[in-house]
Write a protein that binds this ligand. Structure first.
Ligand SMILES: *Cc1c(COP(=O)(O)O)cnc(C)c1O
Length: 394
């Protein structure tokens, strides 16, 4: 059976055009791009063409792109790299409660080394108030890192406002754009960012490759010490097939960005409306409008997310509860809890993330199958039978 994949925010399949572009770089154009011989120069040409495509796509210069092993490394390089290099100027970093662990954990790591981190709250829709950012800025603040859009609830942050504010005060601004690149327009000039992280496997490229945009003049240090690759900021022989694949993925995304966004917004709205209408005690998590075109995160009260996920899987529908990382543990997602949801409601939330192979019929299937699953699970749920007096969601 061909399953209905609705977990594109966790990872995407590699586009066939991307696979085709990568192919020659495994065994034919395999040389080390740092080598001066003709073979090496061929590989280097592939590398630099990819760099140009990525730079153009986000409105940057070629030499502002540093290729990495993915979103996690890009975020680590941004946070630790800026913190270490600018430690003399100040030791204060501002971020939010709903960042990916690839931001939160480097921040926690730095706290142990004497840095101070402010974790900003979000409102019930997952939005950060730029005024809250302003309030916590001190003369020791060296970096603000706020994600472009959240991977679990899809809320898109007011990064332009935050970026403008940071620039006025000469504080570096970083954004984790892993969920937005290739899905909504991303332009470093519009956002006023100094650093921006992205990952290929979230936009139909291969896993294990990404980049960090670093605005010219940004003071940052490397934490991968070795050769002089990537302007000395990221040692190690280049993953040429991966980088070439990332370049192609960006090119493909660019050509479909607008129509893809419109199509997915439509399908996503149908999914949200259908589920909210057909199942009582449900609610949309995240902002109703300022959200990624492909994200539908829905709280379904009186049922365990994991039970729904397994039942849906047996019916051929793949989705997730919270994020992939938090579904490995029993702790409910830190993002959903930050919205003010109770443990129970957070536990009963499902994330459907759509992608370019999602069709109307897939959405119809979910709208038809999910109510039956929820109904069955609720009949055996003690939470539901005692619910009459404790309804939290209408
Ligand atoms: C997936 C993701 C990451 C991590 O990217 P990897 O390439 O898997 O390391 C970081 N931030 C966000 C928002 C993500 O969705």
């Amino acid at each position: 059976m061909n399953k209905i994949y609705l977990d594109y925010a966790a990872t995407t399949p590699v586009d066939p055009a991307v696979v085709k572009t990568m192919q020659p770089y495994f065994s034919k154009i395999f040389a080390n791009p740092a080598s001066f011989h003709s073979y090496g120069q061929e590989a280097k040409s592939g590398l630099e063409k990819a760099r140009k495509k990525v730079a153009e796509f986000i409105g940057a210069h070629d030499d502002e792109i540093v290729f990495t092993s993915g979103g996690t490394e890009s975020n680590n390089l941004a946070i630790k790299g800026v913190a270490y290099k600018n430690g003399k100027r100040g030791n204060h970093i501002i971020t939010s409660n709903i960042e990916h662990h690839a931001i939160l954990n480097p921040c926690k790591f730095l706290e142990k080394q004497g840095y101070r981190v402010s974790y900003l709250p979000v409102d019930k829709n997952g939005l950060i108030d730029p005024d809250d950012v302003k309030k916590v800025i001190t003369d020791k603040t060296i970096l603000i890192s706020i994600m472009h859009a959240n991977n679990e609830i899809g809320t898109i942050q007011p990064v332009e406002e935050i970026g403008t504010m940071a620039r006025e005060r000469e504080i570096y601004f970083h954004t984790d754009a892993v969920q937005t690149l290739g899905h909504i327009p991303v332009n470093v000039e519009d956002i006023h960012v100094d650093l921006l992280s992205a990952s290929a496997h979230k936009l139909y490229g291969p896993k294990g490759v990404g980049f960090l945009y670093i605005k010219k003049g940004t003071k940052i240090s490397s934490f991968m010490h070795g050769g002089e690759q990537e302007y000395g900021l990221r040692a190690s022989t280049h993953n040429i097939p991966g980088i070439v694949g990332l370049g192609k993925a960006v090119e493909v995304a660019k050509s479909h960005l607008r129509e893809e966004g419109a199509k997915l917004t439509d399908l996503r709205n149908q999914l949200i409306e259908g589920v909210l209408k057909n199942i009582e005690h449900t609610m949309l998590n995240g902002h109703p409008k300022k959200r990624l075109p492909n994200n539908a995160n829905i709280a379904i009260q009186y049922v365990e997310g994991e039970s729904m996920l397994l039942d849906l899987d047996m019916e051929g529908i793949i989705c997730s509860t919270g994020s992939a990382c938090s579904s490995m543990s029993l702790e409910p997602s830190h993002v959903l809890l930050s919205l003010g949801l109770s443990y129970e409601v957070a536990h009963g939330s499902l994330r459907f993330s759509l992608g370019k192979y999602t069709e109307r019929a897939d959405i119809d299937t979910v709208i038809e199958v999910l109510p039956k699953i929820v109904k069955r699970l609720r009949t055996i749920s003690s939470l539901y039978s005692s619910s009459k007096s404790t309804t939290i969601i209408n």
